[in-house]
Design a protein around this ligand. Structure first.
Ligand code: CMP
Length: 144
């Protein structure tokens, strides 16, 4: 199915210099970049983004970390991009993720796992609406 996913390079990914590599992977796969921005998220935005984890012991640290530096927030569009994008990203814990995935290639710590990707259609819609305004998503065809 044609769908959109919210994909975000977290502060550790920026500090590691992985922006171009990550964009290259999604672009090379055939996905379409329809929104992108760099920002330092407020604590409020970071809290809302991770609200489903509010009861977890790692939540305060997670929110502090996300709002500690710049992120690259993106929306990628294409066939099965939510599920396949998560396959490209790899398992949440980088040590459990397969080599060849983003986390498998570059990470070692679950709290510094480089990138976030929506895990369902519902969370993609919620996250896209949280991070972007309706007018910030481009509509276009990739010429073939
Ligand atoms: P993400 O896919 O962005 O979604 C939730 C995040 O919580 C996850 O990536 C991890 O960065 C973080 N996380 C999950 N489990 C733990 C944990 N046990 N300790 C610290 N951070 C965690």
């Amino acid at each position: 199915v044609q769908e959109k996913s919210f994909i975000m390079i977290k502060p550790d990914g920026i500090h590691r210099g992985l922006i171009a590599d990550i964009i290259k992977r999604f672009e090379a796969k055939g996905y379409k970049l329809v929104a992108i921005k760099v920002m330092v998220p407020s604590k409020d935005l970071a809290s809302k983004h991770y609200e489903e984890h509010a009861q977890r012991p790692f939540y305060p640290g997670l929110v502090t970390f996300l709002s500690s530096g710049p992120v690259v927030a993106m929306v990628w569009e294409g066939k099965d991009v939510i599920k396949y994008g998560r396959k490209m990203i790899g398992a949440t814990n980088p040590l459990a993720s397969t080599p060849g995935t983003i986390r498998g290639d570059y990470g070692i710590d679950v709290g510094r796992n480089i990138i976030h990707g929506s895990d369902s259609v519902e969370s993609a819609q919620r996250e896209i609406a949280l991070w972007f305004g309706a007018g910030e998503l481009a509509e276009y065809d990739l010429a073939m």
